[in-house]
Write a protein that binds this ligand. Structure first.
Ligand SMILES: NC(=O)c1ccc[n+]([C@@H]2O[C@H](COP(=O)([O-])OP(=O)(O)OC[C@H]3O[C@@H](n4cnc5c(N)ncnc54)[C@H](OP(=O)(O)O)[C@@H]3O)[C@@H](O)[C@H]2O)c1
Length: 331
């Protein structure tokens, strides 16, 4: 086993969290019960915030960054996990309170591990990553709401060309919904059409403050943007529709009224991917296995080496990344 290995570590420098590559040994890792050889990680918006220092994600330092990982069990003190098992870990506080995936080896609590679904390779599981699995959690939540009307009505996906948005579009289209994409990148329309979007609105149309109730249009929505965009989406959602709120790429505020909820019965459903129990995770992975076309997944994914993370972090926070990025931690 490799004696020394490289990891991306966030540490305090003059009172600020700064990310840098550092050589670690197995003795540096936390004393959790399963040692995993990490093969792939990924880049999520939250990773971008953590590495670029644009937001304080790590709540203790030093912190090995990386919200997700996939790899192979090397040692286990838990009989449920054996050497050679292929595993995926999404969230569970990695990069916040627990050391994460931007490293060749990591020790993890056995209860955080998900067995790699048969439908996917280790690399594909990170092409999905927290962003894709959050898109599946959002679809599960909308379908569990049980009142989404799909007869000639559209589902809106905001932040469409991003990671959550791209996976949400392809899953929704595959499940028979009519999908409209809200994007600030007109040049991404062909890409979004190839994923299954059939309508487009420019994200600026949702960015300006609007009336408390607007023309009813969306049967449901998956929102990665928050703020005024989410308020407008709620105001445009039809009777008994639902909006799954995942993100804050446009802001963490919500300048909305109760009118869509009390006059149209619209539901606002919050999605938290980090600490959801295994039953919900399993349902999300089942949706992915059932409805995610692997060719579509490949078409929205690029693979990058660990060494490119600092630049990629700046790019995702600036909204320049399209689709999903897998991080090959062996390079
Ligand atoms: N709740 C959870 O557990 C959970 C899990 C995963 C992600 N998230 C959150 O979900 C959001 C999306 O994550 P991601 O990984 O998909 O990020 P991403 O790949 O960067 O996608 C975000 C997209 O939002 C749009 N956007 C960016 N800045 C914007 C702005 N100022 N105003 C309006 N739209 C803007 C862009 O889409 P266009 O270029 O198409 O306009 C961008 O591609 C993030 O806020 C992330 O923190 C939450």
């Amino acid at each position: 086993m490799t004696e020394h290995f490289r990891a991306l570590v966030i540490d305090d420098r003059d009172g600020k969290p700064v990310a840098d590559f550092r050589e670690l040994t197995l003795a540096d890792l936390p004393d959790h019960d399963v040692l995993v050889e990490v093969m792939f990680s990924t880049l999520n918006y939250k990773d971008g915030l953590a590495i670029s220092g644009k937001s304080r994600i790590a709540r203790r330092l030093p912190m090995v960054a990386g919200v997700d990982l996939s790899g192979i069990v090397v040692e286990s003190r838990n009989p449920d996990w054996r050497t050679g098992d292929k595993v995926v870990v999404n969230g569970w506080g990695m990069s916040e309170t627990e050391w994460g995936g931007y490293t060749r080896f990591q020790r993890l609590k056995s209860e955080w591990l998900t067995r790699l679904p048969d439908a996917f390779t280790l690399e594909e599981s990170m092409a999905i990553g927290t962003a894709g699995y959050t898109a599946a959690l959002a679809i599960d939540a909308l379908e569990a709401w049980g009142k989404i009307r799909t007869d000639a009505r559209e589902i809106l996906v905001t932040g469409a060309a991003g990671g959550v948005g791209s996976v949400a579009i392809t899953l929704l289209a595959e499940r028979g919904y009519t999908v409209t994409a809200s994007t600030g990148r007109p040049e991404a329309h062909d890409y979004l059409s190839s994923l299954g979007a059939t309508g487009f609105i420019d994200r600026s149309e949702l960015a300006a403050k609007g009336a408390a109730l607007q023309r009813e249009r969306w049967a449901g929505a998956i929102d990665s943007v928050g703020s005024t965009t989410l308020a407008n989406v709620l105001a445009q959602t039809i009777q008994s529709g639902a909006v799954a709120a995942c993100g804050l790429a446009g802001g963490a505020d919500l300048p909305a009224t109760v009118m869509p909820h009390i006059l149209r019965g619209v539901a606002l459903i919050g999605i938290n991917s980090v600490t959801v129990p295994h039953a919900e995770r399993d349902r999300a992975w089942a949706i992915l296995a059932e409805s995610l076309d692997r060719k579509q997944l490949a078409s929205m994914t690029t693979v990058e080496p660990l060494s490119r993370l600092p630049q990629l972090a700046e790019d995702i926070v600036a909204g320049k990344i399209r689709g999903r990025v897998v991080i090959d931690v062996t390079k």
